[in-house]
Design a protein around this ligand. Sequence first.
Ligand SMILES: Nc1ncnc2c1ncn2[C@@H]1O[C@H](COP(=O)(O)OP(=O)(O)OP(=O)(O)O)[C@@H](O)[C@H]1O
Ligand SMILES: [Mg+2]
Length: 362
Amino acid sequence: MTEPIIELQHVSKRYGDTVVLKDINIELERGKFYTLLGPSGSGKTTILRAIAGFLDVSEGTIMFDGKKINDVPANMRKVNTVFQDYALFPHMNVFDNVAYGLQIQKLKKAEVQTRVEAALKMVRLAGYADREISELSGGQQQRVAIARAIVLEPAVLLLDEPLSALDAKLRKDMQYELRELQERLGITFLFVTHDQEEALALSDEIFVMNDGEVQQSGTPVDIYDEPINHFVADFIGESNIVAGHMLKDFLVEFNGQAFECADAGMRPNEPVEVVLRPEDLDITTIGNGKVSVKVDTQLFRGDYYEIVAYDSAQNEWLIHSTNPAKDGDTVGLTFDAEDIHVMRLNESEEDFDARLESYEDD
Ligand SMILES: Nc1ncnc2c1ncn2[C@@H]1O[C@H](COP(=O)(O)OP(=O)(O)OP(=O)(O)O)[C@@H](O)[C@H]1O
Ligand SMILES: [Mg+2]
């Protein structure tokens, strides 16, 4: 592995008695797309501000390219931020907005011109240099904000929920553009969102945050398929989470029955939580199902039916089915052993990774 461009080691942040970041350990490699994903107040912006140099951390070390930068002022860090509200200068045109940071550096006029044009081209706004900010759409303003940051040639670009103000269609277009831009620039992006679909679609690696802590880090597929705990399973995608017991390796009990599964490394009879994704459940006749449920409601979602049903213990089951069901009908649910994902209660990420490795090697 190459040396990380940014590293946070045991970083904490307190305001008085309030702890907003707890022992954050993050490594960002060069040229990758990272996402901080978490609900409001989980500490995402605080991490960006710590990296950018807009706040002092209470504990821990922030490294840039192998050197400690805790005491390096914000304007000396090779990091730029695109803020949630863009923070463009409304009274300046597009060119002047993008040129601003270069002019402060007192670069020659010709160089400013060349670099601003290149940055505008990069975000597909060539030809917009003379436009006023008020004459731009939300998506275009967002691209000006990105151009203003990349024109300074940062090694790392921090993006704080840059798409949250856009409508659904434009947001999707901008997701593609951002990913493409990151690949074209070849720099590290640290992107903040509370939208799990956006995080899954864009990222090489996701840090799932809650309550000032990184709950889990990994590729989108890792985090979706192997959530470490209830919070992550619930926050990333939709889940059915059922209480159960691990009888022995590869055999779990829930809903009063034993099921073969792909998980191991727990104590015999250890209490666990079992995750079944709605899209992994199929509907069949009662006799052929592993769990019997009564259909309560169903919504047509275009490419599937979203069905809510209840088992005899009144647990709710969410099912995504290509076939419709009938309200009030009792049906059977089937699923494959590999679609059962078992989670320990309160397992640390370190122990979780070690346990997975112990039986996933071959
Ligand atoms: N100056 C401050 N003094 C006290 N508490 C603060 C201060 N700044 C932030 N906080 C608290 O720190 C916590 C994390 O805030 P942060 O802005 O990092 O959250 P976030 O994940 O970016 O949320 P959002 O999605 O709403 O932007 C919040 O509970 C917030 O109230
Ligand atoms: Mg924030």
